[in-house]
Design a protein around this ligand. Structure first.
Ligand code: B1M
Length: 210
């Protein structure tokens, strides 16, 4: 079994410390950080997600897998970020109010850092005003809002409205994403851009500030 397959397997079993060791091993062996992310960590999480959907695993298993994913991404983050020489701009990233999912948001942060952005991660369950306040404090070019639930994606409209009503209107752009989010929803709430995955989010942020 390759080291990437071992990362995926151990992540699915929630073996956080083993994932950490294996990610470091893959880095030491010269494996591309993007491949460790996509073919190891994300591959394992995708399997857990599919099993969760089919009720083959339950919330506790998903939680330990998510923790293992975090352990792995913590080791990987500086290696993904290493490509960026100096920040090309600041991005405020967070998960919207009522939503506790942060794995996708963390990946978006990692990809943004890898693309050379200074990322201010305000965390999960964040009301609209926190996005705006953090953007003002950090002179951010972009706000990135993430939502994983159909019940919380509607809170992105509050973020869009808060940006429009603030001093950063027209200056700071709003980018949205997350599994239930679509381009049509982005157009509907008047956000500036939608990205389907973390890599596209980094590309979108770059094109927004260009
Ligand atoms: Co939750 N959960 N969850 N969950 N969970 C989903 C999202 C769900 C689809 C599972 C299902 O039923 N099949 C479902 C949502 C249904 C819906 O609304 N349509 C669901 C549910 C219902 C719930 C609870 C309500 C369950 C309950 O308690 N009954 C509850 C809600 C809690 C809350 O938020 N208030 C809940 C809780 C949890 C856990 C805490 C157990 C855990 C989260 C742990 C954590 O994040 N730290 C969890 C998890 C892990 C999942 C699944 C299995 C995996 C999500 C994930 O991390 N995927 C998920 C099922 C699934 O997706 N198959 C599910 C991996 C991640 C890399 O993908 O986040 O989509 P994703 O991010 C992608 C893109 O979407 C995009 O880039 C990322 C990488 O390419 N992206 C952006 C994300 N944000 C972006 C922002 C951008 C651009 C792109 O710009 C800013």
């Amino acid at each position: 079994m390759s080291v990437l397959e071992q990362i995926s397997e151990n992540l699915q079993k929630g073996k956080a410390n083993d994932v950490k060791v294996l990610v470091q091993q893959a880095i030491d062996e010269g494996t591309e950080p993007g491949s460790i992310l996509n073919d190891g960590l994300l591959a394992g999480m995708a399997i857990i997600g599919a099993k969760f959907k089919k009720n083959e695993v339950y919330v506790p298993e998903v939680l330990v897998a998510a923790r293992a994913m975090k352990f792995g991404t913590e080791i990987l983050q500086p290696h993904l970020a290493a490509a960026g020489v100096k920040p090309i701009g600041s991005v405020v990233v967070g998960t919207v109010k009522g939503d506790l999912h942060d794995i996708g948001k963390n990946l978006v942060s990692m990809m943004l850092e890898g693309a050379g952005f200074n990322v201010i991660d305000i965390g999960i369950d964040q009301p609209a005003e926190n996005f705006v306040n953090a953007a003002i404090e950090n002179n951010a070019a972009v706000i990135g809002a993430s939502a994983l639930l159909t019940t919380t994606m509607t809170n992105m409209k509050e973020v869009a409205n808060a940006v429009k009503a603030s001093e950063i209107a027209g200056k700071t752009k709003l980018m949205i994403g997350g599994a239930p989010v679509t381009q049509a929803f982005c157009d509907e709430i008047g956000a500036d851009g939608y990205a389907a995955d973390a890599a596209s989010a980094a590309d979108l942020a770059k094109s927004i500030i260009a």
